[in-house]
Design a binder for this molecule. Structure first.
Ligand code: ADP
Length: 486
């Protein structure tokens, strides 16, 4: 059979341009798919960062039919892992100082609809029958609102067309613009309706993708269920519930080269599931580094997070005195809401032997916390997929998580049955309240005191397969199914 051809349309790719987990997926998934024989090309806007990071670009073609944008050049570069990147060269749209979506003052670029309309349009041109390329994809996969008009453009193009997949990384971002842009961006006026791109009287890029794509995916099976209801559907729950047969949740993978305790250059003491002895030495090094009492007998709770309402860490300050009395130690690395930053700094000032709060982003320290903590804390109110709970399982640091989204799908609760059958990897609580969180922490700490059980829970987590290879196999099965090849 001919290799499956995939055009992957995305507004971000690690390490060149990243604001969230979508960038990681856009780098790792195409690579893993290519390793499985897929002929994949990734389409991205030519932001200043992209133009500067890739000096060896080749001219591919001119695109004349992009609507109001005039002539647009398409460039090509090969990434270090061999994946081909297609770059939209349109300096007026993309080459400017600031972020991909906001300027230096934190305001959205005023022409975001046009900028990401162009990304979507080029995705549709390269995917459709009018493409100037010899290469015609079987599937076009779009990611989040920035590329979500592609399925709409293809729907109104002369066929034959590829199958389209709309992947949601976070429902909270939707790309909503004034209705007049519908026709300005080259969509027919008839598409502006309930059965089309309209959402509460506005043009919604995300709604367009969810409505017109042949299939919808999101980054965990539980999140796929949750977004069919209030509140996590963020207004799209009705449409998603109607399309539930076309909606699939696939958990993201993690980068096993970056996150492997046996070879992690950030760790003073490497270790593995077969020999966990280095983990205690990492704990002592972390306690020493952060000025905590160096004591193997006090359980150390680790947190690495954006400090936002989503992450549920506002539940912690009110129960901290009871936890510290047990005793426990707590390490927090993160930044975000100034209220929470201040609460954690005050906690650390009050109990410097027991609490360390590091405000900021620190990659090396995040690895050292994953390795040095005994237990990882992730009480997110919602979590489409989540990465840290997977990292912590690989590092023998069982996570405590709220039963939501990808957390529910990747952590197996240490119930007596799951401990007995060898599947337990962490601790899961329902209802994101301070009381339930405290109960769950107490349950985890009592398990930690039983060294035999604890080691089993650690090793169960360390031996699980969270690789991109597993996720890529699920995407492959989905593509084959969409093309009727299975
Ligand atoms: P989200 O994408 O919602 O922030 P995830 O768990 O999916 O949450 O991914 C967060 C990523 O960012 C992880 O790799 C995590 O380790 C990292 N991270 C978050 N905050 C920090 C920080 N302050 N320092 C270092 N890494 C951080």
């Amino acid at each position: 059979m001919l290799p499956l051809k995939l055009l992957f349309v995305t507004p971000e790719i690690t390490p060149i341009i990243k604001t969230g987990g979508l960038a990681d997926v856009s780098a790792a998934l195409p690579t893993a798919l290519q390793e499985r024989g897929v002929d994949v090309r990734v389409l991205i806007p030519g932001y200043t960062h992209v133009m500067e990071a890739l000096p060896h670009k080749r001219h591919v073609t001119e695109l004349m039919n992009t609507g109001a944008h005039g002539e647009v050049h398409l460039l090509e570069a090969t990434l270090p892992d061999g994946v081909t990147l297609l770059i939209i060269d349109h300096p007026q749209s993309y080459e400017r100082d600031g972020g991909p979506y906001i300027d230096h003052n934190g305001h959205d670029w005023v022409d975001n609809a046009q900028r990401f309309g162009l990304l979507s349009k080029v995705g549709a041109i390269l995917g459709g029958s009018l493409s100037p390329l010899d290469w015609h994809p079987d599937i076009v996969q779009c990611n989040d609102w920035q590329s979500a008009l592609t399925p709409a453009y293809l729907h109104f193009s002369p066929g034959p067309n590829p199958a389209t997949v709309m992947t949601i990384h976070n429902m909270a971002f939707q790309g909503v613009f004034p209705p007049v842009l519908t026709t300005q961006l080259g969509l027919p006026a008839s598409s502006f309706g309930v059965n089309g791109v309209e959402y509460h009287g506005q043009l919604s890029f995300l709604k367009a993708g969810l409505y017109y794509a042949n299939h919808i995916t999101t980054v965990s099976p539980t999140y796929a269920e949750e977004i069919q209801q209030e509140p996590l559907g963020f207004g799209m729950q009705g449409l998603l519930a109607e399309r539930y047969l076309d909606l699939t949740g696939i958990i993201n993978g993690i980068d096993k080269h970056e996150w492997n305790p046996a070879s992690d250059p950030h760790l003073p003491h490497p270790y593995s599931a077969d020999d966990l002895s280095g983990k205690a030495a990492n704990k002592a090094a972390l306690q020493h580094k952060l000025g905590l009492e160096v004591n193997p007998d006090i359980p150390l709770l680790g947190i690495i997070s954006r400090l936002t309402h989503q992450k549920g860490l506002d539940l912690l300050p009110s129960i901290a005195p009871a936890l510290l009395a047990m005793p426990v130690q707590i390490v927090i690395l993160g930044s975000g809401s100034s209220e929470l930053e201040t609460a954690f700094i005050l906690l650390a000032q009050k109990s410097p032997n027991q609490v360390a709060a590091v405000i900021g982003f620190n990659e090396g320290l995040s690895h050292q916390i994953e390795a040095g903590a005994d237990i990882f804390l992730m009480p997110s109110r919602f979590e489409p997929c989540g990465l840290n709970q997977m990292y912590s399982q690989c590092y023998g640091t069982p996570p405590i998580v709220h039963a939501t989204g990808g957390l529910a799908d990747t952590v197996v609760d240490a119930t007596p049955e799951n401990i007995a059958n060898g599947s337990a990897t962490g601790f899961v609580f329902k209802h994101a309240t301070a009381h339930r969180l405290q109960e769950c922490i107490e349950r985890a700490i009592s398990a930690w005191h039983d060294k035999e059980i604890w080691q089993k829970i650690q090793q169960n987590g360390m031996r699980r397969d969270f690789s991109w290879n597993r996720s890529a196999a699920e995407y492959m099965a989905l593509y084959e199914n969409l093309l009727g090849r299975d």
